[in-house]
Design a protein around this ligand. Structure first.
Ligand code: HEC
Ligand code: HEC
Ligand code: HEC
Ligand code: HEC
Ligand code: HEC
Length: 423
């Protein structure tokens, strides 16, 4: 082998090694499933406490009534009895055993904190229960300082801070990269005022002590609200819009509407149109999140001053599509700041729609896991604009709908936001 060839070979082997190293060590400070960090965790102290006699989540209710009630209506409690995962084509009534570990899990601290969840044999109807997150052998992991009352409590609480870490959620919630998205967003920056972890948004501080007779005024809510809750969905994102007239500069409109500086190609003008922004303002990860069924749709309809309201038309869909959903495959391929056009047929007119994705101000170059996806990353915007056909005076109504399944109608969906523009 001549020496040049040898150098090339060594360099490419080095390249492969670097790539492999980067794949394993994706991000500094990251804690992931099976990560060696889980071995560094010092487990809760179990001595000084007798056996744990409590067997089910219902046994906690007498002393932690508020928390029990919150959990009782949550999708964590529902994880085993929920008919959705049981559907024939999905787990076939959990005959597919691969589906059981996260839907009826054993206590996570016992199976290896931060490691993959394992399936439980007993009381599966309790789904993701109190023991899943708190139990370690004969004790319960407590995130807070304990009061003297704790000494005689039958649940044997012991202080153990790691229970409030993101590492508790990731073994089950990172299969579609929710934690990975969060790690790349401004919310994961520990020393910044934007810092918010999973619990800040999903376990909000709630009135009431959480423990009967407890001295604290508040506790962390255990409802774990997500896609099934209209309240948290209202905080997820926004839609806003302004009218654009002949002579208006689109760049100025963008600046006043959104305070963002993205400039369209010079000379882009509209005679009588509308500029819309859809933005992920409150979701600490992709919106919609990575449960593969979800979709967020932007619909528009024109309400003429005189005459019947039009049928609503879909302007855009935000979603991580399945392979066979060709109509949803991302035309952007994650290309930012590029104006893409498509024509939609709308109440007998052909409307040319332009769309641009504007990357988040924080960490715009973040790694993208699903290039075919049109989900909005935390902080990301989509601008859309078009000329309005000659429909006379009236109001354009824009609505952002959240759909648990992509084939649900707007009536079966949750309204995230709405905006009106008068003409
Ligand atoms: C007879 C009453 C009683 C029962 C039943 C009970 N607990 Fe407790 N629990 C307490 C008391 C008292 C404390 C201490 C509260 C404090 O120090 O502020 C406590 C503390 C805790 C803590 C720590 C709270 C913190 O401030 O971080 C957890 C977690 C906990 N219990 C879980 C459970 C679970 C899970 C069950 C059911 C399997 C349960 N408890 C059943 C009385 C009870
Ligand atoms: C690694 C853990 C894990 C495994 C294994 C797992 N799931 Fe899930 N599943 C989850 C989590 C976490 C959610 C909640 C995700 C969300 O809402 O974003 C969920 C939610 C679901 C939902 C949506 C429920 C609803 O009401 O919207 C369905 C359906 C589902 N899972 C089916 C399955 C099937 C089928 C399998 C087996 C092929 C499976 N899951 C295996 C963790 C898991
Ligand atoms: C042992 C696995 C497991 C752990 C740990 C876990 N979850 Fe879940 N979570 C699930 C499953 C499974 C579902 C969906 C159940 C269903 O709908 O069938 C779910 C659902 C949710 C939902 C969505 C509710 C909805 O409306 O669809 C939120 C939000 C959530 N979890 C947040 C969290 C947070 C925050 C943590 C960490 C504190 C966490 N989870 C820890 C398994 C887990
Ligand atoms: C998905 C995981 C999860 C489940 C399920 C869960 N907890 Fe918790 N719980 C937590 C976390 C995380 C905290 C600590 C939040 C913090 O303070 O940072 C907590 C806090 C608590 C506290 C202290 C509350 C406070 O803020 O003062 C009590 C008591 C408690 N849990 C009891 C229960 C009981 C009882 C159940 C079942 C009905 C339950 N938990 C189910 C994760 C869970
Ligand atoms: C800044 C607030 C915020 C942070 C931080 C955050 N979330 Fe969320 N999350 C939301 C909002 C808002 C929604 C509802 C919109 C949606 O489903 O996309 C949501 C939805 C979810 C859902 C429900 C998805 C579904 O399909 O039903 C899960 C599961 C979830 N988050 C888990 C997590 C986990 C795990 C973390 C931490 C790694 C986290 N979230 C961090 C705000 C947040």
């Amino acid at each position: 082998m001549n020496s040049n060839l040898r150098i090339v070979l060594v360099l490419s082997l080095l390249g492969i090694a670097v790539v492999a190293y980067n794949l394993v060590n994706q991000e500094p400070g990251k804690v992931s499933i099976g990560n060696p960090e889980s071995d560094k965790i010092i487990l809760p102290k179990t001595d000084g406490h007798g056996p744990l006699l409590l067997k089910s989540s219902a046994d906690c209710a007498p002393c932690h009534q508020e928390i029990y009630d919150e959990w009782k209506g949550s999708h964590h409690e529902f994880a085993w009895l929920n008919p959705e995962p049981r559907r024939k084509e999905l787990s076939n009534n959990f005959r597919n055993k691969d589906c059981i570990p996260c839907h009826a899990p054993r206590p996570l601290i016992e199976v290896g904190y931060g490691d993959r969840a394992l399936e439980r044999e007993t009381r599966r109807e309790d789904g993701v229960n109190c023991f899943t997150c708190h139990k370690f052998k004969n004790v319960m992991a407590a995130a807070n300082d304990l009061s003297p009352m704790a000494k005689t409590a039958p649940c044997n609480p012991v202080p153990w801070q790691p229970v409030s870490r993101v590492m508790l959620c990731s073994p089950c919630h990172d299969q579609h990269k929710v934690e990975q998205d969060w790690l790349r967003s401004k919310y994961s920056q520990v020393d910044s005022e934007d810092y918010k972890d999973c619990n800040d948004c999903h376990m909000p501080i709630t009135p009431g002590p959480g423990t009967k007779g407890g001295s604290r005024k508040t506790h962390r809510g255990h409802g774990f609200k997500g896609g099934h809750d209209a309240g948290i969905l209202k905080t997820a994102g926004i839609v806003r819009a302004v009218a654009v007239k002949e002579g208006d500069s689109l760049a100025d409109k963008i600046a006043t509407l959104t305070k963002r500086k993205w400039q369209p190609k010079s000379g882009t003008t509209l005679k009588r149109g509308v500029l819309i922004e859809v933005k992920n303002t409150g979701t600490g990860h992709n919106f919609p999140s990575d449960e593969r069924h979800r979709a967020v749709d932007l619909y528009a309809r024109f309400l003429p001053k005189n005459g019947k309201p039009q049928e609503a038309v879909r302007l855009a869909r935000f979603r991580n599509p399945y392979r066979n959903e060709f109509e949803n495959i991302n035309p952007f391929k994650d290309k930012p700041n590029t104006a893409l056009k498509n024509t939609i047929s709308w109440a007998g007119a052909d409307v040319e729609l332009t769309q641009v994705r504007i990357l988040p101000a924080f960490n715009p170059d973040r790694k993208v896991f699903y290039p075919e996806s049109t989900q909005l990353h935390a902080g990301e915007s989509r601008f859309l604009w078009f000329e309005l056909p000659d429909w006379g005076g009236g109001v354009l109504e824009l609505t952002l709908y959240y759909k648990l399944q992509p084939y649900l109608s707007n009536e079966e969906s949750t309204e995230v936001g709405r905006s009106h523009v008068s003409f």
